[in-house]
Design a protein around this ligand. Structure first.
Ligand SMILES: Cc1ncc(COP(=O)(O)O)c(C=O)c1O
Length: 355
């Protein structure tokens, strides 16, 4: 469809964010959980719905939910702010700490929404390239932040779409050698062996950790994400949110999910095991792959065109993410870890598509 003539000129030129969906039996393209939420979740949510009083506005401070998340992550309630998916957390953070014409630095290739939301808000986006192994070049990143007087630097760890887990030293250096706020997007943090939250708590004066219920908690459809930082940073991010932004239903869904923490831990374990099995399977195929600490793996066919392999997989009923158009990811594909059956089907069909 052609763009409306009254649309903001800079938006008229943009491509927008798309992750095409194709109707196939095995969908491994958007890093969701392959499992529906556990039965206990649905029961807990159903129990709470009658008491929500939906004729009233929600608890603006989302006190119960924030307390429960704080208890889970070992911080205080005033160190947590929730929003509609971590994308809204990112948007509020940009509104509060950057804003129009402020510079923000991203380490490419990385999650496209960091730069997308920033440019939507009128920020100046500085694209810094990662090293060949996809880790962040700390020296170059610090230089980019300082020379642009950047308000925010984004580090995605584990990084989407490469799976790279950033050394904590890089975060520490960015927080101490620049004046920017450092946003560490840990949307996939629960699949990784370490977190920025393992660092000394003092770092949270300058570091914002962003997490989501969309992956581990199997609730991408609920839209719930949160940030952890120091109380004053959290108060700042809250300035970028609308009043009553988080519905009573979303708050109840988050609380119900947290009641199933044990079942979730079992699922995380299963997905991490599945990741090992997919990585081992890829080793036997003519592809290059990168170590992943997330629930997906980036790989590159050695001799075949990724576009053809992607289509070959779709024809065989498997959808993966085609990363070919992503700068720095020439000829790459990304597969989300699914159920054991989905992983086997993916490996079998990939083998066929590569021959
Ligand atoms: C790195 C990263 N951050 C944030 C998000 C957005 O998550 P949410 O569903 O919480 O908005 C995604 C979703 O794919 C992601 O990959």
């Amino acid at each position: 469809m052609s763009k409306h003539p009254n649309l903001r000129a800079d938006l008229a030129l943009r491509e927008g964010y798309h992750s095409p969906q194709v109707d196939v039996s095995v969908r491994l393209n958007t890093n969701e959980s392959p499992y529906a939420p556990p039965a206990g979740f649905t029961e807990a949510l159903a129990r709470s719905i009658g008491d929500l009083g939906l004729n009233r506005y929600p608890d603006r401070q989302a006190v119960l939910l924030r307390s429960a998340i704080a208890a889970l992550d070992g911080v205080q309630q005033d160190q947590v702010v929730c929003a509609n998916g971590s994308n809204e957390v990112l948007q509020a953070t940009l509104l509060a700490f950057a804003g129009p014409s402020a510079a923000v630095v991203v380490a490419e290739p990385t999650y496209a929404l960091h730069s997308h939301i920033a440019s939507l808000l009128g920020c100046k986006v500085v694209h810094q390239r990662r090293r060949a192994d996809f880790t962040v070049d700390a020296e170059a990143m610090i230089e980019a932040v300082n020379s642009n007087g950047a308000a925010i630097a984004f580090i995605c760890s584990p990084n989407n779409p490469t799976g790279t887990l950033e050394p904590l030293e890089t975060i520490q250096r960015l927080a101490t050698e620049t004046d920017a706020m450092i946003v560490v997007d840990e949307a996939y943090g629960q699949f990784a062996p370490r977190s920025v939250l393992d660092l000394d708590a003092g770092i949270l004066e300058r570091v914002i950790v962003v997490r989501t219920f969309s992956k581990t908690w199997a609730l991408a459809g609920v839209r719930l994400g949160y940030a952890i930082s120091s109380p004053s940073v959290i108060a700042g991010i809250s300035e970028g949110l609308l009043p009553y932004h988080l519905s009573s239903l979303t708050q109840a869904a988050g609380l119900a999910a947290l009641e199933t923490a044990e079942a979730m831990a079992v699922r995380i374990h299963a997905i991490v095991e599945g990741r090992g099995e997919v990585a081992a399977g890829l080793q036997g195929l003519p592809v290059e792959q990168w170590p992943s600490a997330a629930n997906f793996i980036l790989f590159r066919p050695n001799e075949r065109s990724a576009d053809e392999v992607w289509q070959g997989l779709v024809d065989r009923g498997v959808l993966v993410r085609n990363c070919v158009g992503w700068p720095g990811l020439e000829n790459c594909l990304r597969v989300t870890i699914g159920t054991p059956e989905e992983n086997t089907k993916f490996l079998d069909e990939l083998g066929a598509a590569l021959t």
